[in-house]
Design a protein around this ligand. Structure first.
Ligand code: SF4
Length: 475
């Protein structure tokens, strides 16, 4: 079984090579993203007002982003009025520390968690383990990730890098009672048996939030497994961690975005479970926590707000559609990206979170084919944002000398037509020398490409030569 955890410290190029050489990974990615693409297309086709819904989603998010302070204060007021305790965290470390301190104050031994990418972003699983709590991930995919010692590789399907055969072997090794057969149902049953008593014996529940509703102070969480409800009901304390961009003015706005989120993420009309939490248990309530905490996390978001070139990324509702449709993600999977968030949205966010110097390769690992923008439910212009990062990387002097020299030579040749023509003519000749049966399998200078696939041999004359001779022009 592959162990992606061990590859995260490698340089980007080596992570890419490792991913491309992993046939099992490719099989797992193809199964999941292929299904996701088909289901989203069907869901969108069955929703005739989808484009208008996207426009509305974009308007809602843009409005909140433009009035973020107003809605944050409104949310704070209403959440406190409902009995919640609010905490503000400027950084990932601060957010983790607040959660760990709250768990300690509650005298917690066992902590259960509902899947939350914000939790991954702030390093919460690691912080809880370090502090000595018994942590249980209750989402099925996160349960797989925890058992395997992995990191999530997708924001909606964290263990999409695992085939069902790998998961079966993992469960047989890790669960107390092995599943009866190799069906997915039997494996789910096995996880259910394993996790049920963990839900009931937990002292603190930690969840994320898909939306924060400003006019009521409620948080909204969506799942397909019902684990959020099971996780957050029995414990004495419930802690919600959420990024400040999750705000919406009111419930109808949350539903408008929910329609987009679910169709774009899984191709369903609605998630199986949509839960609102508003304050702790009240007198007469049959269950619910005695304490309800909300940790609002900035961690670079106000920096993005102040940056007109990145602000649009705050619209992201974490649906994962951009990665499901990305030609690069579909070759590599999520771990090769190295950060918390993979795929096109990760290539924009990781430089914000980890610094451009550490992640300058990511904006370059994109063909700029525009498919991500085409499917993004809130119309984030991801290719434009990635070009912005490339531009900054160039201006900040982060590009390697080989890139600077290469581009300098290209600029010189491209601005001297005779040199450009000579260069393309020589290049074409050289490529034909190496071509066999219409393909180039190996050629000096093309190694990065031909190491993983053949390069198509040039056909006929160059475009410039054909254009100059009038070939193909209308009479
Ligand atoms: S960038 Fe758009 S498509 Fe990608 S996860 Fe965010 S909302 Fe979804």
């Amino acid at each position: 079984m592959s162990t992606p955890m061990q590859t995260t410290e490698l340089p980007f190029g080596q992570r890419v090579d490792a991913a491309l050489a992993n046939a099992t990974l490719k099989l797992a990615i193809d199964r999941t993203t292929g299904t996701a693409e088909r289901k989203r297309a069907a869901a969108v086709a069955a929703f005739p007002r989808f484009e208008a819904a996207r426009d509305r989603g974009q308007r809602i998010k843009d409005h909140v982003i433009a009035h973020l302070e107003h809605y944050l204060l409104e949310f704070e007021r209403n959440a406190i009025a409902s009995g919640a305790q609010l905490h503000w965290a400027a950084t990932a470390d601060e957010a983790s520390r607040i959660v760990v301190d709250l768990c300690r104050k509650a005298g917690a031994r066992r902590v259960t968690r509902v899947k939350s990418m914000l939790g991954e972003e702030i390093g919460l699983p690691h912080a809880l383990d370090e502090a000595g709590f018994e942590r249980f991930e209750t989402d099925l995919a996160e349960h797989i990730v925890q058992l395997a010692g992995d990191r999530p590789s997708h924001i909606v399907w964290p263990s999409m890098h695992r085939t069902r055969e790998e998961v079966s072997a993992l469960f047989k090794r890790s669960h107390r009672a092995p599943h009866r057969d190799e069906t997915i149902e039997a494996m789910v049953d096995s996880a259910r048996r394993e996790l049920r008593d963990k839900f009931l014996g937990a002292d603190v529940a930690i969840s994320g939030a898909n939306f924060l509703i400003a006019d009521t102070g409620a948080t909204c969480t969506v799942t397909n497994e019902g684990n959020a409800e099971l996780t957050t009901s029995p414990p004495r304390v419930h802690i919600v961690t959420a990024g400040i961009e999750k705000l919406v003015p009111s419930l109808p706005h949350a539903f408008a975005l929910l329609r987009l989120l679910v169709r774009s993420a899984t191709g369903a009309d609605l998630t199986q479970y949509t839960t609102f939490h508003c304050g702790p248990r009240r007198p007469g309530d049959r269950d619910g926590p005695e304490e309800f905490h909300i940790v609002l996390v900035d961690n670079g978001r106000t920096k993005m707000l102040a940056d007109t070139a990145l602000r649009e990324m705050l619209r992201c509702i974490r649906c994962g559609a951009c990665m499901n449709h990305c030609v690069v993600f579909r070759q590599l999977g999520g771990h090769a990206y190295g950060g918390t968030y993979p795929g096109p949205m990760g290539a924009v966010l990781t430089p914000v979170l980890d610094g451009l110097q550490r992640s300058r390769d990511l904006p370059h690992a994109c063909t700029l084919n525009g498919k991500c923008e085409e499917v993004c439910p809130v119309r984030i212009p991801i290719p434009t944002l990635l070009r912005g990062w490339r531009d900054r990387s160039w201006r900040d002097g982060l590009e390697p000398a080989s890139m600077r020299v290469g581009l300098g030579l290209f600029t010189f040749a491209a601005s001297n037509p005779w040199l450009y023509r000579l260069g393309t003519a020589l290049g074409l000749r050289a490529m034909r020398l190496f071509a066999r049966g219409g393909w180039i399998r190996r050629m000096p200078g093309l190694g990065a490409w031909t190491a993983h696939r053949d390069f198509p041999a040039p056909e006929g004359r160059s475009f410039m030569a054909r254009y100059a001779s009038g070939e193909g022009r209308q009479p």
